[in-house]
Write a protein that binds this ligand. Structure first.
Ligand SMILES: NC(=O)c1ccc[n+]([C@@H]2O[C@H](COP(=O)([O-])OP(=O)(O)OC[C@H]3O[C@@H](n4cnc5c(N)ncnc54)[C@H](O)[C@@H]3O)[C@@H](O)[C@H]2O)c1
Length: 312
């Protein structure tokens, strides 16, 4: 098949591109490289078509949709600091981008669309592990952080409701804390590695009590999950793509320290406004499609640390 991957030079996008090529598909990538980088696709540069375009440019997106069979839409402003510092931009890229992708697909006759949403659509999930059916919420429109989750909720609504009338297959994937080599530095694991490398001080301050939890999926497991969604995901279905091994932030810090052969003493601090205390996906729907995460967090962190040390 011919795929368009928006956000394809990003951390997850580049893994999706590689997975598609491995499956024998043709891939076109649209990205403005604001956070993405062609370096991530260097080894497959000859196998892809790259279009440097802004997802907010309707004509550019329409051109990128021509002669493709399916679109994986990942272009979005990611990175927690931007949710606080550039909330209007987060929404503009999210909402205009989504509308442009839908219009581009409709004009070019593309019948298949796969949207990358986020676990942030729940903010504080009322149930752990969280199934796909719990309500999506924006707890306070005045809190800048919710620009990210709010934009994803709007994107989902647009994809589903346009999908119902104009597409043969629309799926929505909600990733839960994907990590791996070259993920960028605005995430908890790379920040812990950077900070422990920068100082030998055993006292290690963290945000929150350390008992807050996240569930991390390694990028190779994630790409395999995406393969399964693209192959078997059903029209207008939403899938949690993650690992249901729930880990405290303190444990993440300890795993990073182990990997770096360091002893640390965790010092609790305050949480950023809008932060969630626990996150763990119920992945039964993905399991029913045949998905099984295979890489334990400790192994993934080791792989990440090795990658980091080779570049430090
Ligand atoms: N990393 C995670 O754990 C995680 C979790 C939940 C959801 N997601 C979602 O998955 C997708 C990919 O995330 P990622 O971690 O690879 O982040 P990323 O920042 O590496 O990738 C996003 C890509 O979108 C591109 N982009 C941004 N603005 C653009 C614009 N105006 N026009 C064209 N391209 C633009 C960036 O250059 C980047 O390559 C995003 O939609 C993100 O919201 C990621």
């Amino acid at each position: 098949m011919n795929y368009l991957v928006t956000g394809g030079t990003g951390f997850i996008g580049s893994a999706v591109v590689r997975m598609l090529l491995k499956q024998g598909h043709s891939v076109r990538v649209l990205d403005d490289n604001s956070r993405g980088a062609l370096r991530r696709l260097q080894d497959v540069a000859g196998d892809i078509e790259f279009m440097e375009r802004d997802i907010r440019d309707g004509a550019g997106v329409e051109e990128a949709c021509r002669r493709v069979d399916a679109v994986c839409h990942l272009a979005y402003i990611n990175g927690t600091e931007y949710f606080y510092s550039q909330p209007a931009l987060v929404l503009e890229v999210g909402v205009k981008g989504m509308l442009n992708v839908l219009d581009g697909c409709r004009k070019a006759g593309v019948g298949e669309l796969h949207l990358m949403s986020s676990s942030e659509v729940y903010q504080t999930p009322p149930l752990i592990p969280t199934p796909e059916t719990v309500p999506l919420v924006v707890p306070d429109p005045l809190e800048a952080r919710y620009s990210y989750g709010g934009g994803k909720i709007i994107s989902e609504l647009l994809a589903i409701n346009y999908g119902r009338q104009d597409f043969s297959r629309v799926t929505i994937v909600r990733p839960h804390n994907v990590f791996g080599p070259d993920m960028g530095f605005q995430h908890v694991i790379p920040q812990f590695v950077q900070r422990m490398r920068a100082s030998d001080e055993p006292v290690f301050p963290i945000q929150g009590s350390g008992q807050e939890t996240r569930s991390f999926i390694e990028i190779e497991d994630f790409a395999e999950g995406m393969r399964i969604v693209l192959e078997r995901g059903e029209h207008l279905q939403i899938y949690h793509l993650g690992n249901d091994q729930e880990t405290s932030v303190a444990e993440v810090a300890r795993l990073v320290a182990n990997s770096l052969n360091r002893e640390i003493e965790i010092q609790p601090g305050s949480l950023l406004p809008g932060s969630t205390l626990r996150r763990c996906p119920d992945i039964s729907k993905m399991r029913a499609l045949g998905f099984q995460p295979r890489i334990p967090l400790a192994d993934g962190i080791d792989r990440y640390v090795k990658w980091y040390m080779m570049r430090a």
